[in-house]
Design a protein around this ligand. Structure first.
Ligand SMILES: Nc1ncnc2c1ncn2[C@@H]1O[C@H](COP(=O)(O)OP(=O)(O)OP(=O)(O)O)[C@@H](O)[C@H]1O
Ligand SMILES: O=C(O)[C@@H](O)C(=O)CO
Length: 422
C-alpha cells in the first residue's frame, strides 16, 4: 500500500473530521489510532489519518509523537503530510501548533484552519467562527485552551521559534502561482510559517494545490479538502473515483452517548436530546472525589439502556467549569473527568453497547483509548465534520462510533447520529 497523502491529527474527533473530508473528496481513507501495529490489516487506501491525542499535552511530547508518526507515513510513500489541527486553532502560547509545525517542516509551512463548511474563515490572518472573531466566539470560554486573540499570525508567532507571515486573500484569489511566489518570497526573507487567508472552498483548492508541492502543511479539514481535490486532479487514473462511504454496515447492539464537551453547541444538543432520551448529568465535584459517582452512573445507565439510548454527560456551562477549575486546576479536573467518562463508556460496552456517540475531542480520545480501538473505516456523514466510523481490529467485535467535535453538529445532532448508526 503506497499512501498518496498522510496526515497526523492532534485529536481523534479532528482525525475523523479530516478522514470524512478526504473520503467525500475522492480519497479512500482509513483513520488509525496512533501508529498501527504491524499485525493490523489495513485496507488498500489513498490516505491515512493517524489520530494522536497531542493537542493538550506538553509540547515536547507532542513533537516526539508527531515526528514518529510522520516517519511512519513517509516510509509508506506519503510525500506530503498534513498536520490536522482544530478549525478554531485550539492551542496555548506553549503550543502545540507551532512546535509540531516546525518539527515536521523542512522550510516554510503553509498554515490555515479555514473550514468554510462549518463557518471557519480567515481574513487578513484573523479567524472568524461564523460571524464572530475567534476571541468573541464561544471559544473564549474553552475549558482547556481559551482563545483570546483572533489574529493567528500573532497567536502562532507566540508559540513558534521562527517568524510567521501572512498570505493574504488578494494573493490567494490571484491563484496558485501568486501563492507560490508569496511563499518563496517569505521563505527567502527567513519566515518559517505563513497563515493563509481563505474564505471559500475555491481558496482552499488554490492553497491545497500549492501545499501539495511542499513537504508538510498545517490546517483543518478545509486544507484537507484542497489537498484531496488537488491530488484527484493530478492523478485521475491512480485514484478510484468512488469514495469509501459505503464501507460501513450495521452492527446491531445497544446505543449510548457520552459527552464531555462543554461547548455551547454540545450543551444545546444535550438539552434538545433530553426531550426524547434519558440524560444523566454527572456531578463533577463528586467525580473528582472518588469512584462512587462513576459506579452510580453505570448503574443508572445499565437500568435504562436496554429500553433505548441514554446520554451520560459531564458537560457544564462556562461558570460551572470555571468554578471547578479554580478549585482543582484546569488540567487535573479535565483529566479526571475524561477518565470518568471513558470508564463509563467502557462499562457500557461491556453491557452490550455497540453504537457509541462521544462528544468532545479530549473526551473521545480518552474513550477510544480505553476501548483499545486500533483503527476506523469511514462511513456516511452525520453532520459536516462528523462521519459514522466503523472499528477495525477490535477484540470485542465491531462497533459504530461517532466522535463529535465540541462545536460541530446541529441541535438535533444526537438523534441524527443514532439514525445513521444501525
Ligand atoms: N463539568 C466540567 N467541569 C470542568 N471540566 C469539564 C467538565 N466536563 C467536562 N470537562 C472537561 O472539559 C474538557 C472538554 O474538552 P473536549 O475536547 O472533550 O471537548 P471540546 O473541547 O468541546 O471538543 P473539541 O476538542 O472536539 O472541540 C475535557 O477535558 C473534559 O474532561
Ligand atoms: O477542526 C475541527 O474543528 C475539528 O475537527 C476538531 O479538531 C475537533 O477537535
Amino acid at each position: 500500500m503506497a499512501i498518496l497523502l498522510g496526515s497526523i491529527a492532534d485529536d481523534y474527533t479532528g482525525a475523523s473530521d479530516l478522514a470524512n473530508t478526504l473520503t467525500k473528496n475522492g480519497l479512500r481513507t482509513v483513520q488509525t489510532v496512533g501508529i498501527p501495529d504491524s499485525a493490523l490489516a489495513l485496507p488498500d487506501v489513498d490516505a491515512v489519518v493517524i489520530a494522536l491525542k497531542i493537542r493538550s499535552v506538553a509540547a515536547a511530547e507532542a513533537v516526539t509523537s508527531a515526528t514518529v508518526a510522520d516517519r511512519w507515513l513517509r516510509q509508506r510513500g506519503a510525500s506530503h503530510v498534513l498536520y490536522k489541527i482544530c478549525s478554531t486553532f485550539d492551542s496555548t502560547d506553549a503550543g502545540n501548533i507551532g512546535p509540531v509545525t516546525e518539527a515536521l517542516s523542512d522550510g516554510l509551512t503553509l498554515v490555515t484552519p479555514a473550514f468554510p463548511e462549518t463557518g471557519r474563515t480567515v481574513y487578513l490572518g484573523h479567524l472568524f467562527v461564523g460571524e464572530q472573531p475567534l476571541n468573541e466566539s464561544p471559544l473564549k470560554d474553552h475549558p482547556l485552551n481559551p482563545m483570546h486573540d483572533s489574529n493567528l499570525v500573532r497567536v502562532l508567532a507566540r508559540q513558534s521559534r521562527g517568524t510567521v507571515g501572512l498570505i493574504d486573500l488578494v494573493t490567494v484569489a490571484a491563484g496558485p502561482e501568486a501563492v507560490k511566489a508569496r511563499l518563496d518570497s517569505l521563505q527567502a526573507q527567513g519566515f518559517t510559517a505563513a497563515i493563509a487567508d481563505a474564505i471559500f472552498e475555491h481558496d482552499l483548492e488554490t492553497l491545497g494545490a500549492v501545499a501539495l508541492q511542499t513537504r508538510a502543511s498545517t490546517g483543518a479539514s478545509g486544507l484537507g479538502l484542497g489537498l484531496a481535490r488537488a491530488l484527484v486532479r493530478s492523478r485521475p487514473t491512480a485514484l478510484r473515483t468512488e469514495a469509501a462511504a459505503g464501507a460501513v454496515g450495521p452492527v446491531g447492539g445497544l446505543a449510548a452517548i457520552v459527552a464531555g464537551s462543554c461547548s455551547k453547541a454540545t450543551l444545546q444538543q444535550i438539552a434538545v436530546a433530553e426531550q426524547t432520551m434519558p440524560v444523566l448529568r454527572l456531578d463533577p465535584e463528586k467525580l473528582l472525589a472518588g469512584s462512587d459517582e462513576i459506579n452510580a452512573a453505570i448503574s443508572w445507565a445499565g437500568d435504562r439502556i436496554s429500553a433505548g439510548p441514554v446520554i451520560v454527560a459531564a458537560s457544564a456551562p462556562p461558570e460551572t467549569v470555571a468554578r471547578l477549575q479554580s478549585q482543582y486546576g484546569r488540567e487535573a479536573s479535565g483529566h479526571a473527568i475524561e477518565t470518568a467518562t471513558s470508564t463509563i463508556a467502557a462499562e457500557l460496552v461491556t453491557r452490550g453497547v455497540r453504537r457509541l456517540v462521544v462528544a468532545g475531542g479530549e473526551t473521545s480520545g480518552a474513550a477510544v483509548d480505553r476501548l483499545g480501538i486500533p483503527a476506523f473505516l469511514i462511513g456516511p456523514e452525520i453532520a459536516p465534520g462528523v462521519p459514522v466510523l466503523r472499528t477495525i481490529g477490535t477484540t470485542h467485535g465491531d462497533m459504530l462510533l461517532a466522535l463529535k467535535s465540541g462545536n460541530f453538529g446541529g441541535e438535533d445532532f444526537f438523534a441524527a447520529a443514532l439514525a445513521k448508526m444501525h
